[in-house]
Design a protein around this ligand. Structure first.
Ligand code: DGL
Length: 270
């Protein structure tokens, strides 16, 4: 059995990178629904339908555990899939999200108690981050801002372009104007670390930028430690199979850039 990772497109590769850096021994399957990205502006129903299709496709490819390496899918589809679908599909399989592991570490990071969240319109509309943070540290103040242009910049290979500077600066400035006391910004979308050099350039000095890859990896390692019966079933040949719903050549080119290693993907339909 393997570990599956799913994202609407390339963003989940930032999570895969973090996980592989910590646990290179396991076998992974990565699925990017590039043909239908972005998800961030889609309705709850559509994100749920697409995510369920992707989870089933990963289960068919022997994934014992699937990580929704996508905040939009974690915010909009995770709970329904865990509660309503998994018991019927296979109660022994697991689907995990990435919002909870991110939120758990945030209280230790802030000195002012003021947090900024940058995410897709869908994740912001769900208020999942604010609700999860409230459960752990109700005293923290969270300001959420949707960045609808950031995912298209990444998916359209413009993350390094001048247009990206304009949009990165615009959203960072809006967030800091909304609450100048923010000292910690969560990148609540797995695509955003690809824009990290520009995000760092425009964020005020001293503001901490939180990306999810390493946090999710640490949390997954802990999860596997607490579930040895599952961990034992995951094969250990250090392989990654890449699947995309769009053109594999384009996926390989961009994924290789993000991962700094060569990638060879196959196309599937969901
Ligand atoms: N990378 C995803 C996320 O973390 C989705 C981006 C999108 O498709 O809009 O939210």
């Amino acid at each position: 059995m393997k570990i599956g990772l799913f994202d609407s497109g390339y963003g989940g590769l930032t999570i895969l990178k973090g996980i592989r850096a910590r646990m290179p021994q396991y076998d992974y399957v990565y699925l990017g629904d590039n043909a239908r990205a972005p998800y961030g502006t889609r309705s709850f129903e559509v994100v749920y339908d697409f995510t369920l299709q992707a989870v089933k496709a990963l289960f068919e490819r022997d994934c014992r555990l699937v990580i929704l390496a996508c905040n939009t899918a974690s915010a909009k589809a995770l709970r329904s899939i865990q509660q309503n679908d998994l018991p019927a599909i296979d109660p022994d399989r697991r689907v995990l999200g990435i919002i909870r592991p991110t939120v758990e570490v945030v209280p230790e990071m802030t000195a002012t108690g003021h947090i900024g969240l940058l995410a897709t319109p869908g994740t912001v509309a769900s208020h999942s981050y604010t609700m999860e943070i409230e459960k752990i540290s109700p005293e923290l103040s969270v300001t959420e801002l949707a960045c609808p242009m950031w995912v298209p910049l990444v998916e359209c290979e413009e993350a390094d372009g001048d247009g990206a500077d304009y949009f990165v600066r615009k959203y960072i400035d809006s967030l800091m104007d909304a609450d100048p006391k923010i000292d910690t910004i969560i990148l609540g979308c797995t695509h955003y670390p690809i824009l990290l050099p520009k995000i760092r350039k425009y964020a005020p000095e001293g503001v901490r930028i939180v990306a999810q890859g390493a946090l999710v990896a640490e949390s997954l390692e802990d999860y596997l430690r607490r579930h040895p019966e599952m961990e034992r079933e995951i094969s250990r040949n250090g392989t990654i199979e890449y699947l995309t719903t769009e053109n594999p050549e384009k996926f390989d080119r961009l994924a290789s850039l993000f991962l700094s290693s060569s990638v060879s993907s196959s196309r599937i339909t969901l």
